[in-house]
Design a protein around this ligand. Structure first.
Ligand code: AMP
Length: 175
């Protein structure tokens, strides 16, 4: 069998197959709403049938320093870009909003994380999908469960709604 006949329909280009993807957005530097508006507008060119959550004003977590509060949101839609191409496109959008990384978990104008890419599981150093820490993050699960409660995490087999319920019923971690 030739290489081309072995390729999947999504690789061949003719018969396009799309994947439902989930992306988390965050901003805690500058005009947070404008950064999120910008990201949603750019993402609408990368995803078809895009659905965007409402915005959540959240306290910073997983940070060691004093930081402004975050604005978080999420979108879901069908991606035609392959996973690594989509990640690069997300990084381009961050860069266009002046994203800098002076130290880990520094305040940021715009952060875009690829949370789910259909039922694909990828962990190759450049990309981890499902996102490695999303099940522990209320600021990711709340907006995502608002717009796609029945989307399934391929690692646990749980829906986003079930992951959120599980997290909300857990006692808080040690300080
Ligand atoms: P950050 O500085 O938090 O935006 O992290 C970006 C880094 O995380 C980049 O080096 C990415 O290659 C890596 N990364 C791995 N998996 C993901 C993912 N699912 N979404 C976004 N960035 C990811």
């Amino acid at each position: 069998m030739s290489a081309s006949s072995k390729a999947s329909s999504s690789q061949r280009g003719g018969l396009s197959s799309t994947h439902l993807v989930a992306i988390a957005l965050g901003s805690n530097l500058g005009d947070r709403d404008a950064h999120i508006d910008f990201a949603v507008s750019r993402l609408s060119a990368l995803l078809t049938s895009l659905r965007a959550s409402s915005r959540y004003d959240t306290a910073p977590v997983e940070v060691d320093d004093e930081q402004p509060r975050y604005l978080n949101a999420a979108v879901v839609g069908h991606a035609l870009l392959a996973p690594h191409d989509l990640l690069r496109a997300l990084q381009d959008i961050e860069a266009d909003r002046g994203r800098e990384r002076p130290y880990p978990n520094a305040p940021r104008t715009l952060d875009l994380d690829l949370i789910l890419y259909g039922n694909q599981i990828i962990d190759d150093g450049a990309l981890s999908v499902p996102h490695a820490r999303f099940r522990q993050r209320l600021f990711v699960l709340q907006p995502l469960a608002e717009i796609a409660p029945d989307l399934i995490d391929p690692i646990t087999g749980l829906t986003l709604r079930a992951l959120l319920d599980r997290l909300e019923s857990q006692p808080p971690l040690d300080p």
